[in-house]
Design a protein around this ligand. Structure first.
Ligand code: GCU
Length: 429
């Protein structure tokens, strides 16, 4: 071995550490507000060419499309082809769910193209006494059968990460995990409030692993393509695509009020909900629960998880072009407040948790604050002060925010706020 080779190896080893099979940058994440670097945030109301946007019309025609294109080609990746729902199939339904308070439907959306086939199941609970129910739609992490103890919910055969404590062995979900995430999905509360709940196991759309040969991605490959091109969809974009296909289904389900579908997501699925809501204006409101880096949190703060960290630990989530901004946030001509602004004028809720520093609660709050000028352009109320509200004291404007006590999670407190806010924003209650 030459000395040069040894030195190079040592440099590489000191830059990266391999932990649990994932390469992560070795330096400690920053959790100190005093060490947040100085940065300049792009103005959502100034175009890339420097033109000021002063009317909703100009926002819609000029600024929104260029921001959307930037996020699409450089952050999440664009969906390279159209894949319509080939067919849907109600695989199970009952009028006697939740002790007779709700109807349950399990509907498979089926996709076919060339020799590719994929299906995913939407589990729906709908309040009985409402003819066309407004709906919360959100992905779940471990299978539809984990969100409730209802024995009739089908177990997905999709690949997932092993997790013995959740009863996932040989990458398969099992009966042992029925109801294990019921704490995050207060189905009865949602039904009682007059909303339906629809949920999908996200790995059915695209398994959450750095492998682009499975899930929906291969549907769009041309000739010998094996991975998406640099500006094409990563997993978050694929999951967001799945939410829009669920919306295609809701538009023709007579039991659903498709004009009142609120897309919700926690953590990586909160990033997904924001991206789905930014692109698809049929979602009437969006909820980001503890979505953090690449979700609601401002990247340029480099607090907690950073672009380099997320792209290293989860190389399949974003498009390859996003790697250009690893440890290079200053070069990024957008930030996540503009992702939130893309949802305007529709209601958006950003929620943080006090102990979830990895997701940068302050960065999430500031993104909601800096998205506000776009909402104000439409005469809507957002976050008017740069001062964070006290813990557990929500702000329920068109742009809403809360930081609750506790950890990275979805709690009853979170859901109570979402229901209250949705009542006000969508139902005028
Ligand atoms: C990791 C990741 C986060 C993500 C979270 C989750 O912690 O770093 O970005 O939000 O997983 O989805 O659970």
């Amino acid at each position: 071995m030459t000395t040069r080779f040894i030195i190079l190896t040592l440099v590489l080893l000191s830059t990266f550490l391999v932990i649990f099979g994932q390469i992560v940058p070795q330096s400690e994440p920053n959790y100190d507000e005093n060490k947040v670097p100085k940065f300049e945030l792009p103005d959502p109301l100034t175009t890339f060419a420097g033109k000021k946007i002063k009317t909703p019309g100009k926002w819609i025609k000029e600024r929104r499309p260029e921001l959307l294109a930037f996020f699409s080609e450089n952050v999440y990746g664009k969906v390279p082809c159209k894949i319509p729902v080939h067919q849907w199939e109600v695989v199970e339904q009952s009028d006697h769910a939740l002790d007779g308070k709700a109807c349950r439907k399990q509907v498979d959306l089926i996709f076919k193209k060339d020799n590719h086939a994929l299906r995913f199941t939407i589990l729906m609970y709908l309040p009985k006494e409402i003819e066309k129910a407004p709906l919360f739609l959100g992905y779940n992490f471990y299978g539809n059968h984990t969100i409730t103890n209802d024995p009739n919910v089908l177990i997905s055969p999709a690949w997932t990460r092993n997790n013995e404590s959740l009863g996932i062995v040989n990458h398969q979900l099992t009966e042992a995990s029925r109801g294990v995430r019921a704490n995050r999905w207060p189905v009865e509360k949602i039904i009682h409030a007059g909303y339906g709940l629809a949920t999908i196991f996200y790995c059915e759309v695209d398994p959450d692993r750095d492998d682009f040969s499975d899930g929906i991605h291969p549907f769009c490959y041309v000739e010998d393509q094996q991975i998406p091109a640099a500006d094409e969809w990563g997993a978050i974009s694929a999951w967001a695509w799945g939410l829009s296909r669920a919306m295609d289904y809701f538009e023709q389900d007579k039991d659903v009020d498709a004009s009142k579908v609120i897309v919700f997501g926690h953590s990586r699925l909160g990033k997904t909900a924001l991206w789905a809501g930014a692109q698809d204006e049929r979602f009437s409101a969006v909820i980001s629960n503890n979505s953090g880096c690449g979700g609601a949190a401002l990247s340029k703060r480099r607090f907690g998880e950073t672009i380099a960290r997320i792209n290293t630990a989860f190389p399949h989530w974003f498009c390859k072009n996003f790697n250009k901004y690893n440890d290079n946030e200053d070069a990024l001509p957008v930030d996540q407040h503009e992702l939130i602004a893309l949802i305007a004028p529709r209601p958006v809720y950003v929620a943080s948790a006090e102990k979830d520093l990895w997701a940068d609660p302050r960065g999430e709050f500031l993104a909601a604050y800096f998205a506000t000028p776009v909402y104000e352009l439409f005469g809507k109320k957002g976050i008017s002060s740069q001062e964070m509200p006290p813990v557990n004291q929500p702000i329920h404007n068109t742009v809403a925010y809360h930081i609750r006590s506790g950890e990275h999670d979805v709690t009853d407190f979170d859901w109570e706020q979402y229901i209250k806010w949705a009542n006000k924003q969508l139902l005028n209650k």
